[in-house]
Design a binder for this molecule. Structure first.
Ligand SMILES: [Zn+2]
Ligand SMILES: [Zn+2]
Ligand SMILES: [Zn+2]
Length: 282
């Protein structure tokens, strides 16, 4: 049994069994909605997941024939949803308990150019055959930019371009990033404050700021809840969740931050430097 919640805590749930399957999903839809390299989903039978809060802030977005995704309308975090067969798909991003590890990397055909899949976990191009879940058509994998690097949300309402080279990118395993992205970790690129120009859908953006945090916020599309660039004026940068990019940023995360808060169910399988908390002073 485990407990989970969205970033703002409006939506909480508990699971009443061990997941019968667990996948790291590298599909482009997960990348965009989670603003991350991949989403992780635990699968439960009907009746094995229950809400422990109101569900009033949950909103839905149909991302494919097989799936209607759910998220919290206050903070933009992905929350559990049920598929047509009545199975529950639960993101363990905010889970604190010891948990089993995923079985497969799935939709590896969609993996982004800025993320390398390492380790010996089995890989599939779609869902594993044994799951019986039909494949879905993908969103194109980012290629080399023809001009400025572009990005967009999953529903397409919000589009933006990055008007300067990225300064750096980090993987962040802090508890806020794991809850907010509902993922193993965030992968963020950084540019100056004025380095992102929204081309459409500026009025579709919602912002959630964690009360008491210096600047920790999530900016997301109010239709599909994809995580979008976030200007942090007081710290002089704009943070770009790399999962939303439609072109190759030609930069990869250089390290893993806040690994002291890493999810128990996630193994880091690359050789990048790991820091228990924030980055070392430059
Ligand atoms: Zn929330
Ligand atoms: Zn996916
Ligand atoms: Zn959208």
């Amino acid at each position: 049994m485990s407990k989970g919640s969205c970033l703002c805590g409006s939506v909480t749930w508990e699971t009443l069994a061990e997941p019968y399957a667990m996948y790291n999903c590298h599909c482009r839809m997960c990348q965009k909605v989670h603003g991350a390299a991949f989403g992780t989903y635990c699968f439960f039978r009907g009746g094995e997941v229950r809400w422990t809060s109101s569900t009033d802030t949950i909103v839905h977005y149909r991302s494919s024939d097989v799936l209607v995704r759910s998220s919290c309308d206050v903070c933009g975090s992905v929350v559990p949803y049920a598929n047509a067969a009545g199975d529950h798909w639960v993101t363990p991003g905010g889970c604190h308990e010891e948990m089993r590890k995923p079985d497969y990397n799935i939709f590896v055909r969609d993996n982004s150019p800025w993320h390398t899949i390492n380790g010996d976990m089995p890989r599939c191009d779609a869902y594993p055959e044994e799951s019986g879940i039909p494949s879905v058509e993908g969103v194109p994998v980012p290629g080399k930019a023809k001009g400025n690097v572009r990005g967009s949300c999953l529903c397409g309402a919000v589009t933006y371009q990055v008007t300067e080279p990225f300064k750096v990118a980090h993987n962040c395993h802090c508890s806020r990033c794991r809850h907010g992205r509902a993922a193993a970790h965030a992968s963020n690129g950084f540019v100056s404050c004025d380095g992102v120009e929204f081309l459409s859908g500026g009025d579709m953006l919602k912002t959630y700021k964690v009360p008491g945090a210096r600047s920790f916020s999530q900016v997301f599309c109010k239709v599909c809840s994809s995580l979008m660039p976030h200007r942090v004026s007081e710290r002089g940068f704009t943070l770009i969740p790399l999962g939303g990019l439609d072109d190759d940023p030609e930069i990869k995360p250089v390290d893993h931050l806040f690994v002291a808060s890493k999810a128990s169910w996630h193994d880091i399988t690359d050789d990048l430097p790991q820091y228990p908390e924030g980055p070392p002073p430059a």
